[in-house]
Design a protein around this ligand. Structure first.
Ligand code: PBG
Length: 324
């Protein structure tokens, strides 16, 4: 009680604030998402994600080395698939010599200790830009699961340490886990997007991969952002089906759910600070409305405070450069 307690005492100087700080960012907290493109020596700017690029495999290898030297020890891979290779069934996703499979192998050779996480979803491969196989404008759940499981197996065979289903079909974690077990990939991890909301914050990512849905939206599989309890059941189901890590996304709009997941479940919680979060900050900075370094550290620290053990963010490198 005042004046016995004066909260400002411990805010008195920076070293004291540093001493009592509850949460701080560490390079090992981060996963760096990487966009891969075919070709050699490519570094293609993504218009709606200022400062972020699609890289060809040779440049991805350089980037991975640079991340590793900063202490960022895991990467999340997304391929930009050529239009000619897209279909309704995601056939290219299973190509053992496909872009993502090649990238996984090359990273494994050049930086074997880094944790390679591969995205498992059909949207980059789909002529419709959807995460599932389509029949009469409906996304087929169980048929999609079969392909996702084969896709995950193909990534595991290429050397992925963790596969990350980001599609939100029901039962896909069980399908993937079953196929991995049957093929003796007993140590391949699954980081499932347990609670992924149908968010308008994914727009810049869809530009990056040219994967905008051709019709409709993703609301029959991704969750309604109005729902809290449903997100907890979704996460629970994924853990029961064999997920090792669960992912919540977007980040800043789901701090309540991150916190509830941390208090409810005993698996590591990953949070994805998504493309729209990145681009909104970059835009605010460009306009001179907010301070770049301060906003990015604040946005990431509060995601950690809410309960994230792991943060996937396009700011990984910039954040680590700032904190070290
Ligand atoms: C699709 C996928 C998306 C993201 C990751 N995986 C977009 C979507 O669901 O349309 C979004 C990531 C971001 O916005 O940074 N499987």
């Amino acid at each position: 009680m005042f004046p016995l307690n004066r909260n400002r005492r411990l805010r008195n100087k920076e070293s004291l604030r540093n001493l009592i700080r509850e949460y701080r960012l560490h390079p090992h907290d981060f996963i760096a998402p990487l966009f891969i493109t075919e070709g050699k020596n490519k570094k293609t700017p993504i218009e709606s994600m200022p400062g972020y690029y699609r890289l060809s495999i040779d440049n991805i290898k350089k980037e991975v080395k640079s991340l590793w030297s900063l202490g960022i020890q895991s990467v999340l891979l997304f391929p930009k698939v050529d239009d000619k290779l897209k279909d309704n069934l995601g056939k290219e996703a299973l190509n053992p010599h496909g872009l993502i499979q090649k990238t996984i192998k090359e990273i494994k050779n050049s930086c074997p200790d880094i944790t390679i996480i591969s995205d498992v979803a059909l949207d980059p491969y789909s002529i419709h830009g959807h995460d599932g196989i389509i029949k009469e404008n409906k996304i087929l759940n169980d048929e999609t699961n079969k392909v996702l499981a084969e896709m995950a197996l193909s990534h595991a065979k290429s050397g992925a340490d963790i596969v990350a289903p980001s599609d939100m079909m029901d039962g896909r974690v069980l399908s993937i886990r079953t196929v991995l077990e049957q093929n003796n990939f007993l140590e391949t991890g699954i980081m499932s997007y347990g609670a992924k909301f149908a968010s308008s914050l994914y727009g810049p990512f869809r530009d990056a991969l040219d994967s905008k849905p051709g019709f409709g939206d993703k609301k029959t599989y991704q969750m309604d952002f109005s729902n809290f309890k449903e997100s907890i059941s979704e996460i629970k189901a994924d853990i029961e089906e064999g997920a090792d890590i669960i992912m919540i996304k977007p980040g800043i709009t789901n701090l309540d759910i991150i916190n509830e997941a941390k208090n409810t479940f005993n698996v590591p919680i990953a949070v994805y600070q998504v493309s729209g979060e990145y681009s909104m900050i970059k835009a605010g900075v460009k306009m001179g409305y907010v301070n770049h370094n301060e906003v990015l550290i604040e946005s990431l620290t509060v995601i950690k405070r809410a309960g994230a053990n792991i943060i996937a963010t396009y700011f990984a490198k910039e954040a680590v450069e700032l904190i070290s």
